[in-house]
Design a protein around this ligand. Structure first.
Ligand SMILES: [Zn+2]
Length: 234
């Protein structure tokens, strides 16, 4: 078994896994998601303002219609007034006309108020439309940045996969099977390097006598960590 080749394969596999995680966690992805959320938010505000505008326009139209009706009614009463002789009837007409005038005043006041609010909402809509066009730009820019970054990361993965194909080629299938099994059971580390008497897989000390045994193993025999059983690079 060529443990060094397996160790090389493990390095490439680790790099591939890290690159895949990095692809998922690109900061550009977060920036783009934020830009999308901001855009949705500003569009929702704009829609709310437009609904508000439309409600006010509807009410203004109703006021307009009622005012026209009242004016017509008053004109009719004024004409009647000219033909009336009995003072009691004249008084009744007068009262009715006063009521209509009061109603008309109320409508005018409400109409003015609506016009003022409507002007202020119009201004808000203008501001929101500006904010929206900026948000559209930011969304497009961040989307582009994400596409670029993701493509770069994908290229990196492609290069690593080519490298993996090269590394894996001379390794025997049975050794690959052992490597895969060990990686699955040992959190991705099948092959470990001893550094300063410590196993790079389990981080436990390997005693001097155990190190000596490992060193004396015949070249065709695979060394394993006495603590975690990972393959050891000699
Ligand atoms: Zn170990």
């Amino acid at each position: 078994m060529d443990v060094k080749a397996l160790h090389e394969l493990q390095k490439v596999d680790t790099a591939i896994e890290q690159a895949k995680v990095a692809l998922e966690k690109l900061p550009e992805r977060t920036h783009h998601a934020q830009a999308q959320s901001d855009l949705a938010h500003v569009r929702s505000s704009r829609d709310n303002l437009r609904r508000e505008q439309s409600t006010m326009e509807t009410e203004l139209a109703v006021i307009e219609k009622k005012s026209v009706e009242i004016d017509a009614h008053r004109a009719k009463l004024e004409r009647q007034m000219k033909t009336i002789i009995a003072p009691r009837e004249a008084e009744a007409l007068q009262n009715e006309m006063q009521t209509l005038a009061a109603e008309r005043n109320e409508l005018d006041d409400r109409g003015l108020l609506l016009l003022e609010s409507s002007a202020s909402v119009d201004e808000d809509v203008r501001k929101t439309v500006d904010t929206e066009s900026r948000a559209v730009e930011v969304e497009a820019t961040t989307a582009h940045a994400l596409t670029q970054a993701a493509a770069a990361k994908s290229d990196e993965i492609t290069v690593l996969l080519v490298r993996r194909a090269e590394v894996v080629l001379p390794i025997a299938d049975a050794d690959i099977a052992t490597y895969d099994r060990l990686r699955a059971s040992y959190k991705g580390i099948a092959v470990a390097v001893i550094q300063h008497g410590v196993c790079g897989g389990c981080h436990m000390d390997i005693s001097v006598s155990e190190l000596d045994i490992i060193k004396r193993l015949p070249i065709d025999q695979v060394a394993e960590c006495p603590n975690c059983n990972r393959l050891l690079v000699r």
